[in-house]
Design a protein around this ligand. Structure first.
Ligand SMILES: [Zn+2]
Length: 309
C-alpha cells in the first residue's frame, strides 16, 4: 500500500489564508512524529527528575534537621544516664554498709563486676549510623543501660538477703536471754559450791537472786512457756520458757506463777513472783539458762540494757 504525503497546515482564527503550511512525505512525517514524541518524553522525564530531585533535597534537609534534634536528644539522654549511674552508685554504697550491719559477708568486687560489668554480651547494632560519633554514643548508652539493669538486679538480691538476715537477727536478739530476771542481789553464782544442807561440794547450775517474797520475776527474752510445775529435786515451783531453738530459761523457788503453759511471753513480761518453795534457805530466785538442755552461766546473758531491745 502506498501512503499519501501528509500536509500540516496551521490556520489562525479569523484569517482567510493559512500562515503556515508544509507537506511531508510519509517517511519524513514519521520521523517528525518520532522526534516530537522523544522531545515530549524527554520533557516529561526531566520534569519528573527535577521535581523528584527537589523533593528529595527538601526531604534530606528535613531529615538532617531531624537528625540534629535527635543527636541533641541523645546527648541529653546520656546526661540522664550519667545521673542514674551516680544514683546507683549511692544505692550500692548504702547497700554495702547495710551488709555490714546485717553481718553479711562483703560481695567481692569480682562478683560485682560479673553482675555489673562485662561487655554487655555485645549489645546489638540496632541501627546503621552514618555518623560514627552518634553510633558510639548510642552504643555507649545501650551498654550503660544494660549495666544498670544488671546492677539493679544485684542490689535487689542483696537487699532481700539483708532483709532476711536482719529479720533473723531481730528474732535472735528478741529470743536470746539478755536481762536479769528480777531485782535483788546475787547470793550465789554459777559453778561448784558447798551445799548448805549437806555440806558437800555440788555444782550450782544457775544464779540465785535474793529478794523478798512477791518480788516480780520477768521473762528474760521472748518465748513460749514450755512448762510449769513442782521440781522434786528441791527447786519447788518453777517455770520453763522456750526461746529459740535449744535455748531455755528456768525460774525456780517461786511463790506465784503469773502465766500458763503454752503462753507466748515477751522479754520483761511478769511471769511469776519470788518465793521460798522447795529446798531453800530463804526467799530467792534460782535462775538458769540452758542451751540444748545443758546449763550455761547466766551471767553471760546479762547484756547491757542498750543492747537488748
Ligand atoms: Zn540456786
Amino acid at each position: 500500500m502506498k501512503l499519501n504525503p501528509v500536509t500540516i497546515v496551521v490556520i489562525p482564527h479569523r484569517k482567510e489564508k493559512p500562515v503556515w503550511e508544509r507537506s511531508f512525505s510519509p517517511g519524513s512525517f514519521l520521523i517528525l512524529l518520532s522526534l516530537l514524541l522523544i522531545l515530549f518524553g524527554g520533557g516529561v522525564f526531566f520534569a519528573h527528575f527535577y521535581f523528584s530531585h527537589t523533593y528529595q533535597t527538601l526531604k534530606l534537609k528535613r531529615l538532617s534537621e531531624e537528625n540534629e534534634i535527635l543527636k541533641e536528644r541523645l546527648s541529653q539522654f546520656q546526661e540522664r544516664v550519667q545521673e542514674l549511674d551516680l544514683q546507683l552508685a549511692e544505692i550500692t554504697q548504702r547497700e554495702k554498709s547495710l551488709r555490714v550491719v546485717a553481718d553479711l559477708p562483703e560481695i567481692s568486687p569480682q562478683v560485682r563486676e560479673v553482675g555489673v560489668g562485662g561487655e554487655g554480651g555485645g549489645a546489638p547494632d540496632l541501627l546503621f549510623f552514618y555518623d560514627e560519633e552518634t553510633a558510639r554514643q548510642a552504643k555507649r548508652i545501650n551498654f550503660d543501660l544494660e549495666k544498670f539493669i544488671r546492677q539493679a538486679k544485684l542490689e535487689k538480691e542483696s537487699i532481700a538477703e539483708i532483709w532476711k538476715s536482719l529479720k533473723n537477727k531481730k528474732y535472735l536478739l528478741s529470743h536470746t536471754p539478755s536481762v536479769k530476771p528480777t531485782i535483788g542481789y546475787i547470793t550465789r553464782g554459777f559453778g561448784m559450791h558447798i551445799d548448805p544442807f549437806t555440806g558437800q561440794l555440788k555444782p550450782h547450775y544457775g544464779i540465785d537472786f535474793a529478794a523478798k517474797i512477791g518480788t516480780p520475776v520477768w521473762a528474760t527474752a521472748d518465748g513460749r512457756v514450755g512448762n510449769i510445775g513442782w521440781d522434786k529435786n528441791g527447786f519447788g515451783t518453777y517455770i520453763e520458757i522456750d526461746h529459740r531453738k535449744g535455748v531455755q530459761t528456768y525460774y525456780a523457788h517461786l511463790s506465784k506463777v503469773e502465766v500458763r503453759i503454752g503462753e507466748e511471753v515477751k522479754r520483761g513480761q511478769l511471769i511469776g513472783r519470788v518465793g521460798n518453795s522447795g529446798r531453800s534457805t530463804g526467799p530467792h530466785l534460782h535462775y538458769e539458762v540452758r542451751i540444748n538442755g545443758s546449763p550455761v552461766n547466766p551471767r553471760n546473758y546479762f547484756l547491757p540494757e542498750n543492747i537488748a531491745d
